[in-house]
Design a protein around this ligand. Structure first.
Ligand SMILES: Cc1ncc(COP(=O)(O)OP(=O)(O)O)c(N)n1
Ligand code: TZP
Ligand code: MG
Length: 504
């Protein structure tokens, strides 16, 4: 069943922004959009002719009707025309947060000024927003003008953006997305910022040159709201929202004499529309004056694997490495999590067995020993990318496989142009604690088409004979398993059956 998302926002008679954009953007991500309308604006592509705010009792009746029958997973708030509306909406949100069994996530796009430059709210609303609404907001998505209006910080560069986000946090907002669409900094690029309580990151892409940008803010926040409702973490929801907007700007058309609306398209399936995760060392990071870490050793472009990896066994002993290779598994990983004094000798033996069976043997985690003994490749997690000597791995000619859990990590790993990408965990697993990181088949079926033309792709986590065919149907090139082999009754038979499902 589709997830329910509400939009509390104004109607744009021109059809490009407001409620109209929200419904279309939410629809594009497969959620059901419900609405509570706060204003009937008279707009066209040339500007705002009139704002007819809706009486608070009428807004309230819409909210009550929805609350008793169609509670939302996520509520997106857009235009609130005056202080009374802010107070009313804040009261209701506060009630939902306290009383609903599953409190809704609140995404607030503080619509103050339309793309046309027209003001959409009364002057005295900022104080009311700070007092009543912002402390209830989980994600706020202001543009440059709105950030300045709310925080008083003039966004002249990255440190000012950080300072503004900090002020919004202090006002009680949990996560802040500051949109750089109006920035043009660095020149020709669109750079956006996200700060949660724990992390901050920047996304960037070349600006898409079109005058038809009406509705981008509403559509981005609605796309983020929809993706949050679909279970994507904010990092991924933000990336998907950006890719959706970039795709829409690319095909945006004029309706009327002025600024046309961003096009409402579909789930972004083309990597060209996805932003870069800006990492220290990249050109955009230099422009933004990011400090590389002291042991920084970025490298991109690792040796290739000569094609897809086939059945991929991940095992914890040399004994299992040999059993899998002898049974014809083409790719094996030695993943030792409780090393003893034999670790180095085991790694050496695993590498030698790979040569003997002419198979690919990857070493998990121990990249120094893998280099020292000339392994075929290493497999690293996201945290390892921060401190492994990637240049040494690359120069030694080792292949590099990288784990990813979602769009953010996938795009981050893409900066390094590794030898393959692994997506996981697809299903629940008892082999490793993957709580909060289960991707499922729907997400896998989005990751694979984005990456399969760039890398061999691997799915891992909870896959066995009963599920492998659905996994293979996503187009993924390889399936990695632990228990499906090591806990099977007869490993040779299990391997033959798994290989058959992979078409090998
Ligand atoms: C093929 C493959 N994919 C993912 C992983 C997980 O690696 P990592 O994130 O480094 O976690 P640990 O395996 O070290 O717990 C993997 N090992 N293999
Ligand atoms: C190492 C790892 N990384 C993501 S899931 C996983 C474990 C997969 O094990 P299993 O195939 O037994 O579910
Ligand atoms: Mg690891």
């Amino acid at each position: 069943m589709a997830e329910v998302v509400w939009s509390i926002a104004g109607s744009d008679s021109g059809g490009g922004a407001g409620i109209q954009a929200d419904i279309k953007a939410m629809q594009s991500f497969g959620v059901h959009a419900c609405t509570a309308i706060t204003a009937l604006t008279a707009q066209n592509s040339l500007g705002v002719e009139a704002i007819n705010s809706i009486a608070t009792n009428v807004i309230e009746s819409q909210l009550q009707a929805l609350a008793i029958d169609m509670p939302a997973k996520v509520i997106k708030i857009g235009m609130l025309a005056n202080v009374q509306q802010i107070q009313l909406v804040a009261e209701h949100i506060s009630h939902y947060k306290q009383k609903w069994a599953k409190p809704p996530v609140i995404v607030y796009d503080p619509v103050a000024i339309a793309t046309s430059g027209d003001k959409l709210t009364e002057e005295d609303t900022v104080d009311a927003l700070k007092t009543h609404l912002l402390p209830l907001v989980d994600v706020i998505t202001p543009n440059t003008h709105e950030t300045q209006l709310l925080t008083g910080v003039y966004l002249i560069g990255p440190s000012a953006v950080r300072e503004a986000a900090k002020k919004l946090h202090e006002m009680g907002v949990a996560s802040v997305v500051i949109k750089g669409g109006h920035w043009d900094y660095p020149k020709g690029y669109c750079v956006d910022y996200c700060a949660t309580q724990e992390h901050e990151y920047w996304l960037g892409n070349e600006s898409i040159k079109t005058p038809h940008t009406h509705g981008t803010g509403c559509s981005l926040s609605s796309a983020i709201a929809a993706c949050l409702a679909k279970g994507y973490p904010l990092k991924d929801a933000f990336i998907l929202g950006k890719a959706y907007i970039n795709q829409g700007l690319h095909v945006a058309r004029r309706f009327g004499e002025g600024i046309g609306p961003v096009a409402q398209t579909s789930f972004p399936e083309d990597l060209t529309y996805y932003p870069q995760v800006i990492e220290p060392g990249s050109w955009l990071a230099d422009e933004l004056d990011f400090e590389p870490p002291s042991e920084f050793n970025f490298a991109a472009g690792f040796a290739d694997t000569g094609g897809e990896l086939g059945l991929y066994a991940v095992v914890d002993s040399v004994d299992w490495v040999e059993k899998c290779l002898a049974a014809g598994v083409p790719t094996v990983q030695l993943r030792v999590k409780e090393p003893d004094d034999n670790l180095e000798a085991d790694i050496q033996t695993a590498i030698t067995l790979g040569t003997k069976y002419q198979a690919r043997v990857f070493i998990n985690d121990y990249w120094q020993l893998a280099i020292k003994h000339g392994a075929y490749g290493v497999h690293l997690g996201q945290e390892d990318l921060d401190d492994a000597d990637l240049q040494a791995i690359q120069q030694a000619g080792l292949r590099l496989g990288v784990s990813t859990h979602g769009f953010y990590e996938m795009l981050r790993a893409h900066n390094y142009r590794p030898s393959y990408l692994a997506f996981g965990a697809i299903f629940e697993t008892t082999t490793k604690d993957m709580s909060g990181q289960i991707q499922g088949l729907e997400k896998l079926s989005h990751f694979v088409p984005l990456m399969r033309h760039h890398y061999p792709t691997v799915a891992i986590g909870g896959i066995d004979l009963s599920t492998i065919s659905e996994v293979v149907a996503t187009g993924v090139g390889s399936v990695a398993v632990v228990r499906a082999i090591t806990q099977s009754q007869a490993h040779q038979l299990a391997i033959t059956q798994l290989q058959a499902q992979l078409g090998l």
